[in-house]
Design a protein around this ligand. Structure first.
Ligand code: SAH
Ligand code: SF4
Ligand code: F3S
Length: 456
């Protein structure tokens, strides 16, 4: 029987694309192998957001080359953002790669596998956002659902607009139908995915289609156009669904109506990922983020005032070109004031095609490393305090499955894992029948990145 193994790098968007790729391969009669060595097809779904991600890909590719030398019938496929960005140059550098395709060409995988040796497929076909590709999801209880693709923001450091193309929103009806189907097969929580979910909107805004003179939608336009808060309102009505999360929110597009939706829709969780990147207005300006630190704080404070017990996480870039000691200090102070529940911090990394390459004031690696280290050090302490503050509380937990240690042994597992509404991981003892249910857990202990509790 044909077999495959997918190695995924990068963000949730890529994780979900890997679920779609697995869905396609299973429908073609492939089975998923546990071990890389046993797979007839190894697919690398790549990320190019930072240099490190690219290095990881090339080192994985090097290892696969050795495996292929021992087993020449093994096929190697490369997809994702490096494939999209570098196309044929990956094939030149690594001629042992059999198939290479970009983010919008996922659906072509079966035909590419039949006839490997073709050049890179990296075009952006029309209507990709409406293609229905059944994903093979790892977890039945919580699922990723794309609501939009691409990004129009062109932050000066970022490759995403180049590798994922222009912003395109899926039709609300398609999204709702997908979630209804997921709920039928046991899903209780969805995470809506988009690079900038706050600008989810009329399909015709992105496609240049629109309405005829009588106001009727013309071809290509959405059947019932809505914005992101309205979409949340619709998803909130789906029976059997318990929770709704979403990533990522761009601060510039966080509207009052989204704040209202988060405050009033019972299924929308009290958690938001709101990337700050830097607290210095001059750095934010050079990043093309289109908000000031004061704008960010004003929105965040309104959000916190409206949504009780809100968990906030963020992304920070340390050592952006031109970042002075004062700029960096402002960011550290903001982190101390805001007290995030989680931070993804990165040192600035030069990326091909991005405008920041040409900015003056690129900093030495050593300075970037030191600044990153400081961010992580400050945040570690805050996170420990925030986790510790949950001890003693009773939290609603959606049970997702056995905890990491008992995975693969569901029938005898007594250790379960789930998440609180804030999105914090909780481990506790309980029977496997609880998977998929909402339970009340008394938190007894805080670990580094998770909580321990007892079922009540
Ligand atoms: N669309 C999301 C996520 C984009 S990528 C958003 O706008 O927030 C995730 C994070 O990677 C970004 O928020 C940024 O902090 C970081 N990142 C992107 N490009 C980078 C680069 N060239 N160097 C360092 N960090 C980068
Ligand atoms: Fe990249 Fe900015 Fe778009 Fe996020 S909003 S994906 S950081 S360009
Ligand atoms: Fe995601 Fe990396 Fe592509 S962060 S969008 S997989 S560049």
């Amino acid at each position: 029987m044909k077999s495959f193994k997918i190695l995924t790098f990068g963000c949730q968007m890529n994780e979900h694309d890997s679920e779609k790729l697995a869905g396609i391969l299973k429908a073609e009669g492939y089975r998923e192998s546990e071990r890389l060595e046993d797979a007839g097809l190894v697919l690398l779904n790549t990320c190019s957001i930072r240099e490190k991600a690219e290095q990881k890909f090339y080192s994985a590719l090097g290892k696969l080359r050795e495996l292929k030398e021992q087993n020449p019938s093994m096929k190697i496929a490369v997809s994702g953002c490096i494939a999209q960005q570098e196309g044929n140059s990956v094939l030149k550098r690594a001629p042992y790669v059999d198939v290479l395709f970009g983010n919008q060409n996922i659906g072509r995988l079966p035909s590419l596998l039949e006839d490997s040796g073709q050049p890179a497929s990296t075009e952006f076909p029309e209507g990709y956002e409406h293609a229905v590709i059944s994903a093979s999801r790892e977890n039945a209880v919580t699922s990723f659902v794309n609501i939009m693709y691409g990004c129009d923001n062109f932050c000066t450091y970022c490759v995403v607009p180049f590798v994922r193309g222009r912003e395109r929103s899926r039709r609300p009806g398609d999204i709702v139908r997908e979630i209804e189907e997921l709920v039928k097969s046991g899903c209780r929580e969805v995470t809506l995915l988009g690079q900038n979910v706050n600008s989810y909107g009329p399909v015709d805004r992105h496609q240049g289609a629109g309405h005829d003179d009588a106001g009727r939608p013309v071809s290509g336009a959405s059947e019932d156009i809505c914005n992101f808060p309205e979409l949340l309102k619709e998803i909130n009505t789906i029976g059997g669904l318990c929770r709704i999360r979403f990533v990522t929110s761009h601060p510039k597009d966080l509207s009052d109506s989204l704040i209202d939706a988060m405050a009033n829709l019972p299924k929308v969780c009290n958690a938001i990922h709101l990337p700050l990147q830097s607290a210095s207005d001059s750095v934010l300006g050079c990043m093309n983020r289109k908000y000031t630190f004061a704008d960010y704080m004003e929105k965040l404070n309104r959000l916190k005032a409206s949504v009780p017990d809100l968990a906030v996480s963020t992304d920070i870039i340390a050592g952006f070109p031109g970042e002075t000691e004062d700029d960096f200090r402002a960011t550290l102070e903001a982190i101390e004031d805001i007290r995030y529940d989680g931070i993804f911090a990165f040192k600035y990394s030069r990326r091909p095609m991005t405008a920041a390459l040409k900015l003056p004031g690129h900093l030495p690696e050593k300075v970037k490393d030191e600044r990153l280290y400081k961010v992580l050090e400050v945040q570690d302490k805050i996170m420990q305090e925030k986790i510790g503050a949950r001890v003693g509380l009773v939290e609603e937990v959606l049970v997702e499955g056995p905890d990491k240690l008992s995975r693969g042994a569901i029938h005898c597992a007594r250790r379960l894992a789930g998440k609180t509404r804030q999105g914090k991981i909780v481990n506790f003892e309980g029977p496997p029948e609880l998977v998929g249910q909402l339970v009340q857990i008394k938190i007894t202990e805080g670990k580094k990145h998770s909580l321990i509790g007892v079922l009540i």
